[in-house]
Design a binder for this molecule. Structure first.
Ligand code: CP
Length: 352
């Protein structure tokens, strides 16, 4: 591993992904072998947004490696409620810890945090942008239940616009040969264009779950992200459009794998939980082993590489209202290394 921070899986090589997944499998097979691997080390979890799985699985992962945890699960219980900014918070907490995990409602917040941190930073979800440790969990789950990460037909259903787990997953799975994607969403909640173009993935669109479920090897269901809508009315129009139930499961292949990052609201009927093709609860459990592997590698290998962020040109400014720069403008505009396409914000990746 060459890069210190896990912000975007694209910063890492495929070999790095495999290294994490192999180590996670080894830990899963024999967790006691790793029970003192990080004795004396401290993980900080800074959760500016609610979480059950991600925060607790990181904390459990650190404890199962013999380390300890500090942090908050609600910024109102920290000095952020007194007006402390992201930069100061990260500088302080990274001085107390060996590795830091951040979830924040603003896109690009984890990348920004990495600029100010004295220790490795892990992105546990930055607004509607990315959720790379969920994606590694999804890859681990697919390897275990499907036996492969290639030549899969993957249906992505629900909120593909704001669903950060979907954004990270389509990027990741398009790195493996032969994968095809079926996007199942309303026109309002379809995948952002920049992702469609960037991944170059084989994509089909379908507006009915019944019409395409029979072709799928994997169905990745997602929650409609109520907290990212501008109004309750807009959310109400999207809620309940796609619901996976036992009747639709009858149309699916016998070896379909149904994944969901959870929490589930009403998009999967509870009757589906007992179907052996429903793997979302196992997926959540696997997340802890994957996070054990990530923490262990970043803390013990201490890679010191960083992603190159370029200075902005005169007048270049990110106009995305969900970008971290909107809330914390002192960070200053930075730009991603050019890849032939439009210049993009180094934090939220929106075109400048
Ligand atoms: N999958 C996931 O991120 O769940 P939490 O929001 O509970 O962490």
């Amino acid at each position: 591993m060459n890069v210190r921070d896990l912000i975007d899986l694209g910063d890492f090589t495929l070999d790095d992904w495999h290294k994490i997944l192999y180590l996670a499998e080894d830990i899963y097979q024999d967790p006691m072998r790793y029970s003192s691997a990080l004795h004396g080390k401290i993980l900080a979890t800074l959760f500016y947004e609610p979480s059950t799985r991600t925060q607790m699985s990181f904390q459990a992962a650190m404890m199962r490696l013999g380390g300890q945890n500090i942090g908050f699960k609600n910024p109102s219980s920290s000095s952020i409620s007194k007006g402390e900014n992201l930069k100061d918070t990260i500088r302080i907490v990274s001085g107390y810890s060996d590795i830091l995990v951040i979830r924040h409602p603003k896109e690009g917040s984890a990348r920004a945090a990495s600029l100010f941190s004295a220790c490795p930073v892990i992105n546990a979800g930055d607004g509607g942008h990315l959720h790379p440790t969920q994606t590694l969990t999804d890859l681990f789950t697919l390897r275990r239940v499907k036996g492969r990460l290639q030549n899969l037909r993957i249906g992505l259903c629900g909120d593909l616009k704001y669903g950060r787990t979907v954004h990270s997953l389509i990027r990741a799975m398009s790195r493996f040969p032969g994968n095809r994607f079926t996007l199942i969403s309303t026109p309002e909640l379809t995948l952002p264009d920049y992702l469609v173009k960037e991944t170059g993935a084989q994509i089909e669109r379908c507006d009915s779950l019944e019409a395409c479920i029979g072709d799928l090897d994997v169905l990745y269901m997602t929650r409609i992200q109520q907290e990212r809508f501008a109004s309750k009315e807009e959310y109400a129009r999207q809620k309940g459009v796609y619901i996976l139930d036992a009747e639709k499961m009858r149309l699916a292949k016998p070896d379909l794998a149904v994944l969901h990052p959870l929490p589930r609201i009403d998009e999967i009927d509870r009757a589906v939980d007992d179907d052996p093709r429903a793997v979302y609860f196992r997926q959540a459990e696997y997340g802890m082993y994957v996070r054990m592997a990530i923490i262990l590698l970043l803390v013990t290998e201490q890679p010191d590489g960083a992603v190159t962020l370029l200075p902005a040109r005169e007048g270049e400014h990110c106009a995305n209202p969900s970008c971290i720069l909107e809330a914390e403008p002192y960070i200053g505009q930075k730009v991603l290394e050019e890849d032939g396409g439009p210049r993009r914000c180094a934090f939220c990746e929106h075109a400048l």
